[in-house]
Write a protein that binds this ligand. Structure first.
Ligand code: GTR
Length: 338
């Protein structure tokens, strides 16, 4: 009897989303477009993280430009759950901004999955050129134009390169990955990728990774240095192998439900400040990436350079064979970006 009275975390989040939704529908009505509106934003990362700081800065500019009529309330640190939950909450209009990885949004908007191909970009500078240019704009438009997604693409954000970390052993060559249970983002492409690399890919929400590492549900995960360090995974996983197998940008999306209630001027402001947030986040990102690696080294994490990535690149060929062909044209254009 007692158990039915206690709310599970997921149920509690569900209620929270509903409650936020109720507030949102009350405050977001076309006829009331001139009224004060607090736009809710979700991020899995804590205060101070580049993506969180950039969206907060967007919020301050919005507040200033509209004399306080529009503002942003940031819910960081997974207060509203993981990224799947953030996407769903933005779709129903319970929140307005979801800052998520393209990895997490790929299952909703297949056009984006091109960026989730392992070793697609030569390096992070290449990825930046692509998201800053024509292709970046086109893919944001695909998000906005997707009739089923219920989202508007605002801007991209940097997330560097993702590498494997684990609690068991130093991965020096691809053979060391054999049999390791490695958490990946909730996208079938990444499960296939990890399996192709010799590990066992386990898809799981970001909100569960720390405890899964701690309890041994998984042996490892893969992420960029700031997530590894500032989300505390480095406290349990002591080996970080710089495989850099994925360079997946992040994206800031906005609830279509709310968007449709905004005036053209307000939409323009959101787009303008979004573009600025993309540039601001990059500066913060570069600093944070350096700090993260320094902090990991100081904490005694074994950081392993992988001089020869070719065996890793060769191993993911089946992933390219399975998912690559439908993006063939776009891949050619991406590869041609210098
Ligand atoms: C981080 C990223 C998050 C989330 C997370 C994950 O690098 O910033 O948006 O996608 O990875 O692995 O789920």
């Amino acid at each position: 009897m007692r158990r039915s009275l206690t709310l599970g975390r997921r149920e509690a989040l569900g209620f929270l989303a509903l409650a936020l939704g109720a507030i949102a529908t009350r405050s977001v009505r076309p006829a009331l477009a001139q009224q004060k509106l607090v736009l809710k934003a979700s991020d899995v990362h804590p205060a101070g993280y580049p993506t969180v700081a950039a969206v907060e800065s967007l919020g301050r500019k919005l507040q200033q430009a509209t004399a306080g009529r529009l503002s942003v309330q940031m819910y960081g640190s997974m207060q509203l759950g993981g990224e799947k939950e953030a996407i769903e909450q933005a779709q129903v209009g319970a929140i307005q901004f979801a800052r998520v990885s393209v990895g997490a949004l790929g299952p909703v908007i297949d056009d984006l999955n091109v960026f989730n191909l392992p070793f697609l970009f030569r390096n992070t500078a290449h990825m930046q050129k692509v998201i800053d240019g024509r292709i970046g704009d086109e893919l944001l438009e695909k998000v906005t134009g997707n009739p089923r997604a219920g989202l508007v693409g605002i801007c991209w954000m940097d997330a560097g390169a993702r590498s494997v970390y684990d609690t068991r052993r130093a991965i020096k060559s691809i053979d060391d990955l054999k049999g390791l249970k490695v958490r990946v983002m909730g996208n079938p492409m990444f499960v296939d990728m990890m399996n192709a690399l010799g590990g066992n890919g386990v898809a799981m929400g970001y909100d569960q990774v720390f405890s899964a590492l701690q309890t041994g549900v998984v042996d490892g995960a893969e992420n960029n240095p700031p997530s590894f360090v500032f989300d505390n995974h480095y406290q349990v996983a002591k080996y970080y192998a710089l495989t850099e197998h994925l360079i997946v940008p992040e994206i800031l999306v906005f609830s279509r439900k709310t968007w449709d209630t905004l005036s053209a001027e307000d939409r323009e402001l959101l787009k303008k400040f979004g573009r600025e947030a993309q540039a601001e986040e990059r500066v913060l990102w570069n600093q944070y990436e350096k700090q993260a690696l320094e902090k990991a080294r100081a904490a005694g994490i074994q950081i392993i350079e992988i001089a020869d990535k070719k065996p890793f690149q060769d191993a993911v060929k089946p992933v390219w064979d399975k998912y690559g062909p439908k993006y063939a044209e776009l891949i050619k254009r991406i590869q041609a970006v210098e």
